[in-house]
Every structure is written in C-alpha cells, then in structure tokens.
Design a protein around this ligand. Structure first.
Ligand code: GLP
Length: 242
C-alpha cells in the first residue's frame, strides 16, 4: 500500500486528482465512485480540471434501498450534484434503490463484470466499512442487499431531518466486487477514522474489519490527513504529499 499524508481535505483533493489524472493517462476507462463527504474535494478538483470523462464509464459503490434517484439523500442525487452535472460520463451506473433486491443486485454485478473497474475510489466507515459492507461481510461477497448497522445509521443521520428517515437497507457492491478493481484509492480524514485506518493498514486481515482486505490488493493508494493517520505505528511507510 502506498500511504500519502496530506495537510487537509483540500490537499487530499489535489492528491486524489493526481491519482485520477495518472489513471486517465494510462488509459483507464471505468471509474468506481463513492459518496460520503470524503471524496467531495476530489470531485471538486475533477470538475475544475480539463479531464474529459464524456467517453468513460462510472460505477458507484452503493445506494440506499427505497430512495429514488430524485430524493435529495439518494446517492444518485449526490453524484449528480457533486460531479455528474458538471462533468458527465458517457454512462454512470448507480444501483437503483427502488428496484427489487434480487434482480437489481444481479444486474449490478453484471454491469461490473461487463465493465471491469480500472480505478475504484473508497471512503472508510468509522467501523472499517467500505461501500456499505459492514463488519462481518464475507470477503467474497458480490453486490448484495445490506442491513445497515446502528452506528452507520447514526453517522448518516446528520443528512436527514430525523434519524427514523435514514434508510435501514442499501444495495452495495460486495467486498469481492470491490477487490476486482485494478487499482484502489482509499481516502480518510479526521480523528474519528484513526482506529479504522490503523486496523486497515496494520491490523490482521479479518472480516471484522472489512477494509483490512485491501492489504491483499496489489495496487492500493491510501490518502489520509494527520488525524486519520495518528494511530499508525509504522511511520516510515507514510509519504508526505506536498
Ligand atoms: C457511508 C458510505 C461509504 C462512506 C462512508 C464514510 O456509509 N456508504 O461509502 O465511505 O459513509 O462517509 P464520510 O466520507 O462522509 O465519512
């Protein structure tokens, strides 16, 4: 794993942009995208750049079950707002939260297989989840319906008026689906992510810490700020990004 430490989220946006630009230069065609607050500064850099995605494909990690793409808290809506409206792709796939679970999860995994992901961006849950793959999710899981944990519901409640409005289920790429990507960029900021970052990089590879599987992937870059990296013990591995 390559670990880049940035000053703040804005610098992380530039570091992340560099990873995207390099991938584009090397012919990447399919981009796995993520929601959450973390990737926003990267999307801002992409929007401000002259990178052209109009002949490229994006495939998002996950979507809340039961929310249509027009709902302001749906991940489709988030992606339109933060990236696609300003920087359109030829095709942008996001799971359809209104579709039946069995049909939709199969359809979506088929999309991933037909369009192998060149670069997948990931955020990190405080409990180590990637996409919506909560602790305990099998490493070989494919796109599936997920029951969100209480901690994830609480963490996401800030975006809704009441906690009861936060969906309890989602469709998410599985860990096996994510691991098919040729290159992975994981980004995490802030002290709340420090335990998960340390466990992901230095802890045992275990299904109790979904992100730890990335230790087994051949091409991973991690972007962190100082607070998120505070609990790493092997400091020599950390490369400052300037
Ligand atoms: C949600 C998303 C994840 C994201 C995580 C962290 O649960 N499904 O993909 O990584 O939140 O979000 P944030 O970046 O806002 O901390």
């Amino acid at each position: 794993m390559k670990i880049l430490q940035v000053k703040d989220q804005q610098a992380g946006g530039r570091a992340g942009y560099d990873v995207f630009a390099e991938a584009v230069k090397n012919g990447a065609h399919v981009f796995g995208l993520a929601t959450g607050s973390t990737p926003i500064s990267i999307y801002d850099e992409l929007k401000a750049s002259d990178l052209d995605f109009s002949d490229k494909i994006s495939i998002n990690l996950d979507e809340y079950k039961g929310l249509p793409g027009t709902h302001e808290q749906s991940y489709r809506y988030f992606m339109n707002e933060h990236l696609f409206n300003a920087k359109p792709f030829k095709e942008s796939y996001v799971p359809d939260g209104m579709a039946d679970a069995e049909t939709e999860t199969k359809r979506y995994e088929g999309i991933i297989d037909a369009n192998p992901i060149d670069l997948q961006i990931l955020g990190l849950g405080q409990n180590g989840h990637i996409g919506f793959n909560e602790p305990g999710t099998p490493f070989d899981s494919l796109t599936h319906e997920v029951t969100l944990t209480e901690s994830t519901i609480e963490a996401n409640a800030r975006f809704f008026e009441h906690e009861d409005e936060v969906p309890r289920y989602a469709y998410s790429m599985g860990i096996g689906s994510i691991m098919k990507a040729k290159e992975i960029l994981l980004v995490a900021y802030g002290a709340a992510k420090a335990d998960a970052v340390a466990a992901m990089i230095e802890g045992p590879v275990t299904e109790d810490m979904p992100a730890s599987i990335l230790q087994k992937h051949a091409n991973v870059t991690v972007i962190i700020d100082e607070a998120a990296g505070a609990k790493l013990t092997n400091r020599e591995e950390i490369v400052p990004f300037v």
